[in-house]
Design a protein around this ligand. Sequence first.
Ligand code: SAH
Length: 226
Amino acid sequence: MTFRASIITLYPEMFPGPLGVSLAGKALEDGKWLLETLALREFGAGRHRMVDDTPAGGGAGMVLRADVLANAIDSVSPAGDNRPRLLMSPRGRPLTQELVRELAAGPGAVIVCGRFEGVDERVIEARGLVEVSVGDYILSGGEPAALVLLDAIVRLLPGVMGNELSGMHESFEGGLLEHPHYTRPAEWEGREIPAVLTSGNHAAVEKWRHEQALNLTRERRPDILK
Ligand code: SAH
């Protein structure tokens, strides 16, 4: 089963974007994951392909229409599609490594990118959209959020990361932020690499890294320490 992402967006030209290069791009080329974009405009209503309208009850901005979005969703994700249908949204479930792992283990995702003030609430209910947020700030559209989500998912797919082990020590995977890294030169601007790392004592290195990770997490992210 190949992970299949279907993106519904007003700006299909934003994809694959950064996902077309490096590991994700190579994996896309190799068919290790599939990406398709649906131009929301093509599902627009009437001769002018209207996708949005003014908010009921008044106020600033525009709202994406439920009927237009539903047509796009139904065309790519008919009843019975077992992929989750996601809506990128600042009101959503915060994106964590746990959620990324959950999604990467599944068959793919339908990802709706909002624009303007957001989307008509009724399409969220009627099509079972699960809202996902990439953080407590407001983007101008869901596309960068979808790129972030997919980048995090794709690197976990089988065969995408050359060195499978390097995925295991990352920040969050062990419930901690990652320890600091060093590489050559041994001395740079008068700064040396911590001696333990060049000692050849693997147990001591592991212990040092764990302590560093613990201290960093305590200092910067006490909220994730259990
Ligand atoms: N009026 C909305 C924000 C709309 S921003 C509110 O206050 O909640 C326009 C679109 O950008 C949203 O529909 C959503 O798809 C996307 N977006 C903005 N911030 C986001 C975030 N933090 N995470 C995920 N998507 C976001």
